[in-house]
Design a protein around this ligand. Sequence first.
Ligand code: TRP
Length: 338
Amino acid sequence: MKTILTGLRINSDLQLGNYLGAIAPMVRLANAHNKDHRINFFIPDLHSIISNIDGDLQTNIIRNVKYYLAAGLEINDNVHIYRQSYVPAHSELNWILNCSATMGELNRMTQYKEKGEGKSSVNVGIFDYPVLMAADILLYDATYVPVGEDQFQHLELTRNIATRFNHKYGEIFTIPAPTAEQAKAMGQDDGKGIRIRDLTNPEKKMSKSTPGENSKIMLSDTPAVAAKKIMSATTDSVGTIRFDMFNQPGISNLLQIEALVTNTPLQEVISTWSGETSYGDLKQKVASSVSTMLAELQAKFAAIPDELIYELFASGEKYANEAANIKLLAVQKAVNLR
Ligand code: TRP
């Protein structure tokens, strides 16, 4: 059985773009493959402490996992949810892999370069983060690692580190599939993911850090507030509805939101609305779809007790420690630490 593994980045406050672009697609992917793949979902909490955390990390962890369940993530014997810091083998393998990775390789990581840009001091964690990520993946012989485009470079680094290690010490690690192959095998689109745009400034993607209450819909917004935000979304003066991200980004964004929220193919939504002239009607429809979706999601979320999450962690972490320790021992033996 092949393994699909991914780290669920912990956000302090989730917005609709996170849900439609990351949580919901990941849940669909896991549910589609959970009969014949092992599915490892883990919380990269050691990655979270690299920078200052908004809010309380423990609260955020529980809340995020609840959103995955509320979004319909099915749990069966193949699905494992665990926290990285509860599996010490991650840190241990990180160190061993540090002795294989090179400064030159890590210096080329664009995310590190961007984060460090213009800063007088950068912590070593930011620099070394991709090697910890390699450990997260290689400990479990993961073949598929569905991640956003911003993580492709880290995945390639993982492949390089593993290949080099195997070459030197024998066939210890499974090499994850190349990024191009990953998206295809998992039935994802071109791997670029969907970017929901900012409601008031539709040239930009929706992000929790953009200023302005009306620019984004938080998953915690009441359905009525969310509907109001859609009604006040920036459109254009063209006067006819068309899907044209370049000339009509606001309208196109609304069409895309409607498609995702109602689980309808985008082409179908486009052909329903193309040529219509009432932006108000489109907004009404999207506002109603978004508020219905939010109401359902929030009701499911509220029904999940914290204890359920802790139970999932307990069984997930038991599995993860067993699996990871077997791999770690093989690595320790290979490098002559055992
Ligand atoms: N770096 C990933 C992100 O920012 C999260 C992550 C950490 C991850 N370790 C991983 C993803 C291992 C996949 C596999 O989204």
